[in-house]
Design a binder for this molecule. Structure first.
Ligand code: GAP
Length: 437
């Protein structure tokens, strides 16, 4: 059933222009995905909603956008050069590569029973070279997390904005990991996007703010429509904590592959600022004016994946409903996330006056919210297409519209239809979309 659901989502994403296999015409680059016209809207809406609640609606948060390429010493200081690897074995026969942890005690290849090499450490960072000469001196990495771009800008923020604790820095951007076992559609890929907050607090307040962020992030997903029963919090056991973390709680979603991490909230203590202070030789302490003391703040880090969030929202929104003898597939996405807010159709494509009026109405709505115009099929087909990408309202212009200056507006979820005057249409829809970020 679950596998079936994943297949249905992958197929819907391709069919309706949400997500495509990368480099498809060349046979595809495995585990790499491109977001199409509706997919990019959905993804942007997820990022916008995150930025809205974590940056714009707060007084203690600063946005930023660091470069993907960073000084190689960053990754020594962060511990990624030393700690960010998986042990792997290769099959000498079929050449497939396996994570040692996945092999457990197996001595032969799980696929072809061939002989396995000894497990060797394999760093997950993508390497490249800066400049034309590919030697050791020009070696740099594609960042495996966006977080480090924030830590190395900590003193820039103190000097330019003079914030007082507690405060945070928020960033959305690409990260790259040479994952050994990517897969499950966009769940685990080698190129992905993260939404990360580094929230700086007094050490004594760290536990309080850790709990606070776990709740806040959990509720953010609920607020955007994920079903309560599909979301849970899972505190990490001591032996599964990352090298920098004192505590971590995963927000898990019940994906078609089972309960898996959607976002992690970690207490990174003063690990990162201390490390960067040591490796850079710069003073990265915070000066508390009132107490007249200098110290390294502790960091609480809510770190989520954009692609995983999109996959969770798609999974949760996917519905199949019986409508008379047919099955209607509909994405019941939250109104903030729906890629398209309204679609406009002329009922009769061979009547130029109707087509012209429909295009005029669409052009006007487009100035206020994402609207699509479509005249490439019969009305039933057009409704079905829009339901499948979660379009909130469909507006149909018919012969009668030319006389009574009214159009039919159909609601995605209830499928109820209403006649609305053309002069009132935009306000009517804006009223329905009120509060959309
Ligand atoms: N700075 C902390 C950090 O990067 P992480 O748990 O490794 O922590 C945070 O990653 C989030 O990034 C995960 O919860 C997940 O949503 C997303 N993520 C991590 N690796 C991913 C991958 N290979 N593909 C897609 N998303 C990934």
């Amino acid at each position: 059933m679950a596998q079936d659901l994943m297949e249905k989502i992958v197929s819907l994403c391709k069919r309706r222009g949400l997500i495509f296999q990368s480099s498809d015409i060349y046979g595809g680059l495995s585990n790499t995905w491109d977001y199409g016209p509706y997919g990019v809207e959905l993804k942007n809406n997820v990022k916008r909603a995150w930025w809205q609640s974590n940056v714009y609606e707060r007084n203690d948060m600063f946005g930023m956008d660091a470069a993907i390429l960073m000084h190689p010493k960053v990754w020594e200081a962060s511990g990624h050069v030393e700690n960010f690897f998986d042990l792997k074995s290769d099959c000498k026969n079929c050449k497939k590569r396996f994570k040692a942890a996945d092999l457990k005690d197996k001595l032969v290849c799980p696929e072809c029973k061939g002989e396995l090499t000894e497990a060797r450490p394999f760093n997950l960072m993508f390497k490249t070279h800066q400049g034309p000469v590919a030697d050791d001196a020009s070696l740099i990495y594609l960042r495996p997390e966006t977080a480090q771009g924030i830590f190395v800008n900590f003193s820039n923020l103190l000097d330019s904005r003079h914030p007082k604790l507690p405060f945070g820095m928020a960033q959305i951007g690409k990260a790259f990991r040479n994952e050994i076992t990517p897969g499950n559609f966009t769940f685990r890929t080698r190129e992905f996007e993260q939404m990360e907050i580094e929230y700086f607090v007094k050490p004594a307040d760290a536990d309080k703010y850790y709990e606070y962020w776990v709740e806040l992030r959990h509720n953010w997903y609920l607020g955007l429509g994920l079903k309560k029963e599909n979301l849970r919090k899972r505190p990490h056991a001591k032996d599964e904590l990352a090298h920098y973390a004192r505590a971590c709680t995963d927000i898990e979603y019940n994906f078609p592959i089972g309960w898996s991490e959607l976002e992690g909230i970690a207490n990174r203590a003063d690990f990162d600022l201390k490390q960067h202070a040591q490796f850079s030789g710069k003073d990265l302490q915070y000066f508390d004016d009132a107490a007249k003391e200098r110290f390294f703040p502790f960091i609480i880090e809510p770190s989520g994946g954009v692609d995983r969030a999109v996959l969770a929202f798609l999974t949760d929104a996917y519905h199949e409903e019986k409508v008379k003898k047919d099955t209607r597939v509909v994405l019941k996405l939250h109104k903030d996330l729906a890629p398209v807010k309204a679609a406009v159709f002329p009922l009769l494509k061979n009547r130029p006056e109707i087509v012209e009026l429909a295009k005029k109405i669409a052009a006007d709505l487009k100035k206020s919210f994402v609207t699509t115009y479509d005249d490439t099929g019969a009305i039933g087909k057009l409704y079905r297409r829009q339901d499948e990408v979660g379009t909130l309202y469909c507006v149909t212009i018919d012969v009668q519209s030319l006389e009574d200056k009214q159009v039919t507006v159909r609601d995605r979820d209830t499928m109820l239809q209403e006649r609305i005057g053309i002069d009132k249409l935009k306000d009517y829809l804006l009223g329905k979309l009120k509060g959309c970020s």
